[in-house]
Design a binder for this molecule. Sequence first.
Ligand code: ATP
Ligand code: MG
Length: 386
Amino acid sequence: MKHILIHYQEIALKGKNRYFFVKKLLDNLKKATEGLGVKDAREVNSRIIMELSSDAQERKLRDRVSKVFGIANFSFVHRVSNNIDVLEEAVLADVKANNSDFKSFRVKTTRGYKEYPLTSMDVDRIVGGLIQDATNSRVDLTNPERTIFIEILLKDACFYTEKIQGPGGLPVGTSGRVVCLLSGGIDSPVAAHRMMKRGCSVIFVHFHSYPYQSKISQEKVEDLTEVLSLYQNSSRMYLIPFGDIQKEIVLSAPAKFRIVLYRRMMMRIAQAIALKEKALALVTGDSLGQVSSQTLENMSTIENAVSLPIMRPLVGMDKIEIIDQAKAIGTYEISIIPDQDCCQLFIPKNPAIRTGIDEIEKVEQNLDIEKLISMGLEHTSLFKKT
Ligand code: ATP
Ligand code: MG
């Protein structure tokens, strides 16, 4: 198997933008498979074919490619001439050499090259007949034990028996850049992953209360950033000390408003970073009604602090659904490590569940908002994963 054949579905629908999408997908694939033995990757008849060297690392390639958004499915394939005599010989030789031990089978041909002189059904029949004669298995079109896929391309043909599910979505980088507020919790990494899946490259921002609290949350978000980078190749995360900002809020505002005020400050600082990074939106892991800061009233009070749109890809999801996602993408085990979130610092007993913008703005008159934003930005450190 010296090639990987990749199908992209959604991109094919994108009309004029198609070229841009395929190019991004190719770039992302090349980066994701660097060092694993890919000699060449190019588009052929609305597919991507990657040519592998003899020492290519198949297991790792499988794992990496399955995380590249924009891919519907992919396969490790044999690639031969599309001359029917050569093709049937090659398929038969492979069946005999490796996998003739099946009771039923079907051949399923598709043609990327539509001018090919034989129809797909012709090829099915010719190659199927040959396999039937050479083995003891029968043709079963509805529930075969083995399917032999053949794809006819312009200059050659590919055949294979396994289709590996891709992650779907759009290639990262085709929808622009966003800034995701990443806590050490379960939800925000899943939110970031969702945005990547829709083609966004995601920059992370984390607020911590070190030295008032431990460094664990910072270590966790670094680990989370590493895992999430598997889906977008490289990442940047801004670590922002938030404890002194929280102290100022605690000194000048009623306790019940603290959480909403913390959040509004986080949004403003994240927005400043977004503008610097030319990002078009902010992303959070909010899920409606999950905690006191996630009521509709508080979400809109928090949102009101900034002008950039806030994306909340998990807003309609239950915690159980989010946890399943977190497990599937590999962030859950990191997220559940106990830590001290900065919002637990000076947390009030009874946070206000329904705040209004007027009362919050009144309270904020006692705060020097611009100074607090600068305090956050000044002491920022950057974590990079390339
Ligand atoms: P998560 O599991 O993502 O922490 P949560 O259910 O704990 O979410 P909150 O703590 O209310 O909910 O946080 C809501 C959202 O606000 C988070 O999903 C995240 O986007 C953002 N957020 C909260 N704390 C931080 C932080 N310390 N740094 C960056 N973003 C944060
Ligand atoms: Mg949290």
